[in-house]
Design a protein around this ligand. Structure first.
Ligand code: DGL
Length: 268
């Protein structure tokens, strides 16, 4: 019989953004298997109502529950901001998000504690990062900037083109009058634009992503529950999308360097 610890770790996002978190999890947890669901058909989540985001998040985690998982990482800031606390009591496995780990990393790396959060409109409006940062560092100053055009650029797969560079430059322009030393990429899609984001920020700015600290949290929970997988067989990563599997596979290949990813269509 399959042990519970042999089950994969589930990862969800509104689309391909969670792959940037999965990249860290793959590197840091070499024995674990992963099962990813991207809800590309309903992406973006960033301008939806909190109720809708809660409903969609619950649907994705229910799908993971049917497949069988031992833990879930909500690799989406918008879903973490609106749905994490709602879904945690609904399932019999640990569910973690990406906001507290991102806030923890920013507080560690920022010297001035003047921190900018780039996110979707929903994440910025929720002030989830402000609360998480101020809980760790009450004197910090947090400035949120909504970047609603970034997610569609990444989902269309044009994140390396000049068009993306121009949108990033225009969106970050208001920061030229701000003082800060750290910028949180508070949306998991944004690391795919980090080369352009870095280009349009002062050179010494710390760019913060939440993937590595999210991996720390996941490893800590598996340690505590003694749920690490024994590496007896080769690990497999499985991908599902509610959108177009061929398009999704192109971004998996580019970002995770998996030569021939198996991406299946998920009908919810
Ligand atoms: N990756 C999601 C996040 O971190 C994108 C949200 C969206 O779909 O707008 O917020």
């Amino acid at each position: 019989m399959k042990e519970f610890s042999d089950l994969p770790i589930g990862i969800i996002d509104s689309g391909v953004g969670g792959l940037t978190v999965m990249d860290e999890l793959l590197n840091r947890m070499p024995n674990e298997q992963f099962l990813y669901i991207g809800d590309d058909a309903r992406c973006p989540y960033g301008n939806r109502s909190p109720q809708e985001v809660v409903k969609f998040t619950q649907e994705l985690i229910s799908a993971l529950n049917e497949f069988g998982v031992k833990m879930v990482v909500i690799a989406c800031n918008t879903a973490t901001a609106f749905a994490l606390e709602h879904v945690q009591p609904m399932f019999n496995f640990p569910i973690i998000g990406v906001i507290e780990p991102g806030a923890r990393t920013a507080v560690k790396k920022s010297v001035s504690k003047q921190i900018v959060v780039l996110g979707t409109s929903g994440t910025v409006k929720s002030q989830a990062y402000d609360h998480a940062i101020l809980a760790l560092s009450p004197d910090a100053c947090v400035h949120g900037l909504a970047c609603p055009e970034f997610v569609p650029i990444v989902e269309r797969g044009v994140y390396k083109l000049a068009e993306a560079d121009q949108v990033v430059e225009k969106t970050l322009a208001p920061l030229s009058s701000e003082t800060f030393d750290a910028v949180i990429l508070g949306c998991t899609h944004f690391p795919l634009l980090s080369h352009f984001i870095r280009k349009h920020l002062p050179a010494e700015t710390e760019l913060i992503t939440s993937g590595s600290a999210t991996a720390d949290t996941a490893i800590h929970i598996l340690d505590e529950l003694q749920l690490h997988r024994e590496a007896s067989t080769k690990r497999i990563s499985t991908f599902y999308t509610t959108g177009n599997p061929a398009h999704f596979a192109l971004i998996v290949k580019d970002w995770l360097h998996i030569a021939d990813p198996v991406v299946e269509k998920l009908v919810l």
